[in-house]
Design a protein around this ligand. Structure first.
Ligand code: HXC
Length: 520
């Protein structure tokens, strides 16, 4: 009898191709089309748009959950509802996971989450960023404790990766319940206007508190940008979210042992007197500090982070001399650029990120102080404001500070003055570095003199001018060595660029300890 012939390699490969294609269909063509009709990309389309062409290597396509309850053993759940793997963005490798809403609502069971964890562990081992695209109904209800175990493992891994490799969350669909804590543990959240994030949704809130609220008002992208401060970027749709993620990745190092990649420097180093027209010499007049930032950075290219939250402080990434920097700047056109609770939270987190990933900090100062008020005090401005002091003082990356106009009191210190470890501090001639503004200072210090003068108003003005001439200038700070130089604003880009170049190999050692105990 002739031996049974094995199928040819060609036949086996054909079978594999069919199996792959079927599995890659996820929840099936109808569900995929429903997703597209809702103006969303599918899980695999998102991956295709994010990665360089033909770089995606899927890992775990055939993994399945091991639950038998509630018919889960017979349910068809390709890839267990999450597409995981590796690829490249602008030629640099990343690890990623993309939840597939067409498979049981992208819900996260045990295997689903352990696939995500596998990518995160590999990202840590290989020193690559990790990108998690969220589109899920949350913990897979049928899997009970197993799905909680999976989520717990993801959170644990988020924390292990924190500060070691950049973690970016794209929120493209629902992100509900405890699931929202994974993005919250990552470095940046990019949320589309088609997505919602909340711990408890509108229905539960209605039942528990009786409040009526729409999903958009509760957890839409604009709410999380302007009110809660949960997200960092808002995108109209998946395409835009992916462009933001790509841009962000291009600015960041692959991991904390590297510096960000160096790009071709913008050759422009000429004096630029147009900066005079941006900043009024009258300290009470506002302006948009982003116009100053654009004058200082390469190719006028600035990626603002949390642009719609605590707008009195501007933060974001740019390059100078081809190298990534983090910019922190008071914004005089919003609440006069004062520091408050939200600005302190926003700024300090950003400073800590930059420090963790070797990104030098450029601080632009024009700050009247910390915001006075009962709500600020009882809201804990002491605790929140201290985060700025802690973050700057703890940061060992190069720190360059430019004082443009006002730098008063505790806010002067909190905006990376020399004593918080700034390596270079430059001031413009318009800088006023003082305990408080001359008007306030004169009315406290010279109260009696003003009251007893023949012409109190004239006396007040005279004493204000006297105080301003002595203290509200950069020259007293320069005389003390707290300002390295008073510079022509038109030369700021050159001074900052040179200072950063000198600091490229900065090394600053701190005492070994498990970790500090900054205010949180
Ligand atoms: C299992 C789920 C699911 C879940 C959705 N599905 N969420 N299956 N576990 N958590 C399934 C649905 O049954 C449905 O299956 C399919 O996914 C698509 O869901 P639809 O409801 O048809 O879609 P849509 O109308 O767009 O509504 C999406 C949704 C809604 C808003 C996300 O499905 C929803 O509210 N889901 C439950 C959300 C939730 O309460 N999750 C648990 C949170 S608690 P079929 O077969 O009909 O297509 C949590 C704890 C985590 O996450 C704790 C970790 C620390």
């Amino acid at each position: 009898m002739a031996a049974k012939k094995s199928p040819t390699m060609r036949k086996q490969v054909d079978q594999l191709t069919v199996k792959r294609a079927e599995t890659r269909l996820g929840g099936g063509e109808a569900r995929l089309q429903k997703q597209r009709d809702a103006g969303k990309m599918t899980a695999r389309e998102r991956i295709g748009a994010l990665l360089d062409e033909a770089t995606f290597q899927e890992i775990g396509l055939y993994r399945r959950n091991r639950t038998t309850a509630f018919g889960m053993d017979t349910a068809d759940m390709p890839a267990d509802g999450v597409v995981t793997g590796t690829g490249a963005v602008f030629g640099r490798p990343i690890h990623l996971a993309s939840q597939d809403f067409t498979v049981v609502g992208g819900s996260a069971g045990e295997t689903h989450s352990l696939k995500v964890v596998q990518m995160m562990e590999s990202a840590l081992k290989c020193g690559t960023p990790f990108v998690f695209i969220n589109d899920s109904g949350g913990a897979r209800i049928q899997e009970g404790i197993d799905s909680l175990h999976g989520y717990g493992a993801v959170f644990y891994e988020n924390v292990k990766l924190s500060g070691a490799v950049p973690q970016i969350s794209i929120i493209s669909g629902p992100c509900a319940g405890g699931a929202a804590y994974s993005p919250a543990l990552t470095d940046f959240i990019i949320q589309t206007r088609k997505a919602h994030m909340f711990i408890t949704g509108p229905n539960v809130i209605k039942q528990v508190t009786g409040e009526d609220v729409t999903a958009d008002a509760l957890g839409g992208a604009d709410t999380h940008m302007s009110i809660s401060g949960v997200n960092h970027f808002v995108a109209d749709d998946d395409e835009q979210a992916i462009l933001i993620a790509q841009k962000l990745l291009s600015l960041l190092p692959q991991n904390n042992t590297e510096d960000p990649q160096v790009f071709e420097p913008d050759p422009y180093v000429e004096r630029d007197e147009t900066i005079y027209d941006i900043v009024p010499t009258d300290g009470n007049k506002g302006y948009d500090v982003r116009d100053v930032i654009l004058k200082l950075v390469d190719h006028q290219d600035f990626l603002e982070v949390q642009a719609g939250y605590a707008m009195n402080l501007v933060i974001g990434f740019a390059r100078i001399n081809g190298r990534t920097i983090g910019v922190v700047a008071n914004q005089p056109s919003s609440m006069a650029g004062v520091l408050d609770i939200n600005a302190s939270d926003k700024g300090s987190r950003f400073i800590r990120f930059c420090n963790a990933f070797n990104i030098p900090l450029l601080t632009l100062v024009d700050v009247p102080g910390f915001l006075p008020g009962v709500s600020q005090e009882t809201g804990g401005i002491i605790r929140h404001g201290a985060k700025m002091l802690y973050a700057y003082a703890a940061a060992t990356v190069p720190k360059v500070t430019v004082v443009m106009r006002k730098a008063y009191g505790g806010a002067y210190i909190a905006m990376c003055c020399k004593d918080l470890g700034a390596d270079s501090v430059f001031a413009w001639p318009t800088a006023e570095i003082a305990v408080m503004g001359a008007e306030g200072a004169a009315s406290v210090v010279f109260k009696k003199e003003i009251e007893t003068a023949d012409d109190p108003d004239a006396k007040r003005q005279e004493l204000i001018d006297e105080y301003r001439n002595v203290y509200s200038t950069p020259f007293m700070a320069a005389a003390r060595g707290l300002v390295d130089d008073v510079i022509d604003p038109a030369d700021t880009r050159r001074y900052v660029a040179m200072a950063l170049e000198i600091l490229i190999n900065k090394r600053e050692l701190r005492p070994a300890k498990k970790h500090g105990l900054g205010p949180v």
